[in-house]
Ligand binder design. Structure first.
Ligand SMILES: NC(=O)c1ccc[n+]([C@@H]2O[C@H](COP(=O)([O-])OP(=O)(O)OC[C@H]3O[C@@H](n4cnc5c(N)ncnc54)[C@H](O)[C@@H]3O)[C@@H](O)[C@H]2O)c1
Length: 336
């Protein structure tokens, strides 16, 4: 029997969710919801007229599904995920899972109380270079990790903010740490543990928006590693780099490219990098700007497998809350 999915939020990445779900032969898309009904309808028409809703509550009342993909702006993630969990659905929520630890905890508590799964999209964990670095860390090849250096040096043009009712707004987006840097923060804390102390500077340098578009943070992690994070959406014309460098006792690795898609340096004791590896991760392309990797198909395949077999290693909300905690700590420790 096919696994039934429904999607709320048919915008930039909602379209990618629908394309990925449609391409998976084990999945049936039972409904689409967008408060702009024309947006949902236009998408539905591309995929054989999937039933559409403008009200999320109406959709929840009227459908039978295994999973609801919550792909709306950040500030809606917690209330919509909680509503779907309470209505008896499993949920796959886009990053960031929420705009506060308090909200994320409520989402996780609701999932536990309802006996439902709450998964969070972390598709960069499937990037080929990320899998290689993760193996090196997990197997202890790098020894003690001394330092991590993360650079998110990207471009977002002013229209990216102007054309959106939520981007660049403090209440609705939170800031670039939630939108752009959260992918990278997830990996830093996956490998080094939670942030235990941090100091940061942030600024709005080249956009007319409420939130920061640039910042620098220095951090200490649970495993004792020191780290730096430089994030910006002010790079001229196009994304320049999305990278993480790991400096360990027995090796150094730099994952780079524009979106964690290459190994730029690998020098690990006793472990050469295989020269035949196919670095085939592609970015999400949105016309005038480019996002991070497009490995949503792997996230969805993992969830299908977990529903079918009861076994899975998909990222759940109890893991997702850790990046929210790190982001909250960075914002709380911005030096004036
Ligand atoms: N994993 C990734 O790489 C990735 C990439 C892009 C976006 N995202 C995340 O996905 C989410 C959506 O981002 P986007 O770029 O697609 O935004 P978007 O603004 O392009 O699309 C959001 C859609 O949600 C709809 N919407 C708003 N309020 C709604 C409501 N109450 N009920 C139903 N629909 C509603 C809007 O009409 C719009 O069509 C964000 O949280 C973002 O961080 C993740």
């Amino acid at each position: 029997m096919k696994i039934k999915f429904a999607v709320v939020g048919c915008g930039s990445i909602g379209k990618r969710h629908v394309a990925v779900l449609d391409a998976n032969p084990e999945i049936e898309i039972v409904a689409l919801c967008d408060s702009q009904i024309e947006t949902a309808r236009a998408l539905s028409e591309l995929y054989g007229n999937i039933p559409v809703y403008s009200s999320f509550d109406e959709m929840l009342k009227n459908i039978q599904a295994d999973v609801i993909n919550v792909v709306t702006p950040h500030a809606l993630h917690s209330e919509q995920s909680i509503a779907a969990l309470k209505a008896g659905f499993n949920v796959l929520v886009e990053k960031p899972m929420s705009l506060s630890v308090e909200e994320a905890n409520r989402m996780n508590d609701t999932a536990a109380a309802c006996g439902k799964k709450l998964w969070v999209v972390k598709q960069n964990r499937f990037n080929v270079p990320v899998i290689l670095a993760e193996q090196a860390i997990r197997e202890g090849w790098l020894g003690k990790i001394f330092m991590v250096k993360c650079d998110v040096l990207w471009n977002r043009y002013q229209g990216y903010y102007d054309d959106s009712p939520w981007r660049g707004k403090i209440e609705k987006e939170g800031g670039a740490l939630f939108t752009q840097a959260s992918h990278f923060i997830d990996l830093l804390i996956w490998w080094c543990g939670n942030v235990v102390s941090v100091k940061a500077k942030a600024a709005t340098q080249n956009h007319s928006i409420e939130t920061e578009d640039s910042g620098v943070a220095v951090m200490e992690f649970e495993n004792g590693a020191l780290g730096s994070l430089v994030w910006t959406t002010c790079v001229y014309e196009k994304n320049y780099e999305g990278s993480i460098t790991i400096i360990g006792e027995k090796g150094s690795i730099k994952i780079g490219g524009a979106y964690l898609n290459k190994i730029e340096f690998w020098n690990v004791e006793g472990h050469e990098l295989d020269s035949n590896i196919d670095f085939n991760d592609k970015p999400n392309a949105y016309g005038k700007y480019q996002g991070t990797s497009s490995n949503h198909d792997k996230v969805i395949a993992g969830i299908v497998k977990e529903i079918q077999t009861g076994i899975g290693q998909n990222v759940e909300g109890i893991e997702g809350v850790r990046s929210i905690d790190a982001i909250e700590k960075i914002y709380a420790n911005i030096l004036q």
